[in-house]
Write a protein that binds this ligand. Structure first.
Ligand SMILES: Nc1nc2c(ncn2[C@@H]2O[C@H](COP(=O)(O)OP(=O)(O)OP(=O)(O)O)[C@@H](O)[C@H]2O)c(=O)[nH]1
Length: 320
C-alpha cells in the first residue's frame, strides 16, 4: 500500500486554502515551544506528507516531502491510533530505534495531535519535535490541542468548499455533469487530446416527444424518464468518457475513442439498453435523436461550434 486513501491537499485546486495562516501558526508553535521543528502533516496517498513546515534552519523536512507507510515515523502512530502522542525521550524505549527522524536527524522528542476530517477520521497531524528530551507543561499540551482544533475547523470549511464545487457541477436530477461541469471537464479532456493528438467523438442527444410524457403522465413521470435515460447512457460509456445533461431533455456524450465507428456502436448500445429499460417501465414509445461529430485534435475543438454542428445533425435526423 502506497499511503492513506486521501489525495494530497497539494493536489487539490482549492482556492481558499489557508496556507499563509497555517504557515504563521506553525512558525509560532516552533517559537513558543522553543523547538527546532513544527509541522502540519497529512496522511495522504503518499504516506505522511509535510504540508507546512516551520521556516527555521533547524527544520530538516520541507513541504511535499513524505515518509512511506512502512517507515516508523512518529506521525504514523498518531494517525493509526487517531490519538495524541507525546514521546519525551525516544532513547528511553526501543520503539523508535528504526525511526529515521531519530537515527538521522536526532529528533528525540515528539508531541503530536491528530487533525480530523469533518467525519472524525484522521486527516494528519500537528506536531513539534526536538533534538533534546522535553517535559512540556500541561498548558503547552492544551495549547497545541486547541491549535489543532483551529486547523480541523479550517479543514471543515475546505471540505465544504470542495463538496460545493462538486455539487455545482452536477445536475441534481440525474447526478451527471451539468453544462458547467461538462464545459470544465471538456477543457481538460481537450488539452490531453491535443497533446496526444487523439481524436474523440461528441454526440448530442435529444429525446423525442418528451413533452408528451410531461403533458400526459405528469412532470414526476417526466423526471423519472430523464433519470432512467441518464442511467442508461451512463451504463453504456466508459469511465474515461464524459456525460452531461445539457438541459431539459438534451444530453451530451464525449466518447474517448478515435474510431468513428464508436459513435454508431454507442448509439446501437444505447438504443438496445433504453428499449429494454423503457419497455419494462411501460414507456415503449420513447426514442431519441442523435447528432455526432468528430473532435479532431488541434483543429476543430471549439465546444460551442462542435455542439452547434452536432445539434444541426441531430435536428435533421429528428425531422427525417
Ligand atoms: N419532467 C421534466 N421536464 C422537463 C425538465 N426540463 C425540461 N422539461 C420539459 O421538457 C420538454 C422539452 O420539450 P421539447 O423541447 O419540445 O422536446 P420534445 O417534446 O422532446 O420535442 P422534440 O425534441 O421536438 O422531439 C418541455 O416540456 C420542458 O418543460 C425536467 O427537469 N423535468
Amino acid at each position: 500500500m502506497a499511503g492513506y486513501p486521501y489525495t494530497s491537499l497539494h493536489d487539490l485546486a482549492l482556492k481558499d486554502i489557508e496556507w499563509e495562516r497555517w504557515q504563521r501558526l506553525v512558525n509560532s508553535i516552533a517559537a513558543l515551544f522553543n523547538s527546532p521543528v513544527a509541522f502540519i502533516n497529512q496522511a495522504s496517498n503518499k504516506g505522511i506528507e509535510v504540508l507546512v513546515a516551520s521556516e527555521l534552519p533547524t527544520t530538516h523536512y520541507s513541504p511535499g516531502g513524505s515518509a512511506s507507510i512502512e517507515t516508523n515515523v512518529y506521525c504514523h502512530k498518531v494517525v493509526r491510533s487517531n490519538s495524541p502522542l507525546y514521546v519525551k525521550d525516544a532513547s528511553k524505549t526501543n520503539e523508535w530505534d528504526n525511526n529515521p527522524e531519530v537515527t538521522e536527524d536526532n529528533y528525540v522528542s515528539y508531541l503530536g495531535y491528530p487533525i480530523h476530517w469533518p467525519d472524525g477520521k484522521c486527516f494528519g497531524t500537528l506536531c513539534v519535535m526536538d533534538t533534546s528530551p522535553t517535559n512540556y507543561k500541561q498548558p503547552f499540551l492544551e495549547m497545541l490541542e486547541v491549535l489543532r482544533d483551529v486547523i480541523s475547523s479550517d479543514l471543515a470549511h475546505l471540505y465544504k468548499e470542495s463538496e460545493l464545487k462538486i455539487e455545482s457541477r452536477l445536475d441534481p436530477l440525474t447526478e451527471i455533469h451539468n453544462r458547467r461541469g461538462f464545459e470544465e471537464a471538456f477543457i481538460q479532456f481537450q488539452k490531453l487530446g491535443n497533446r496526444l493528438n487523439r481524436a474523440a467523438q461528441l454526440l448530442f442527444i435529444d429525446l423525442n416527444n418528451f413533452k408528451k410524457i410531461n403533458d400526459t403522465l405528469g412532470h414526476k413521470a417526466g423526471d423519472e424518464v430523464l433519470k432512467r435515460f441518464a442511467n442508461a447512457l451512463r451504463s453504456c460509456i466508459r469511465k474515461t468518457d464524459l456525460l452531461c445533461r445539457w438541459g431539459g431533455d438534451e444530453f451530451v456524450v464525449l466518447l474517448n475513442n478515435e474510431d468513428k465507428v464508436a459513435q454508431k456502436e454507442f448509439i446501437e448500445r444505447i438504443k438496445e439498453k433504453q428499449e429494454n429499460d423503457f419497455k419494462n417501465y411501460g414507456y415503449k414509445e420513447i426514442c431519441f435523436s442523435v447528432g455526432a461529430v468528430e473532435v479532431v485534435p488541434n483543429i476543430n475543438c471549439d465546444l460551442t461550434q462542435l455542439l452547434h454542428k452536432a445539434d444541426n445533425i441531430m435536428y435533421s435526423c429528428k425531422k427525417d
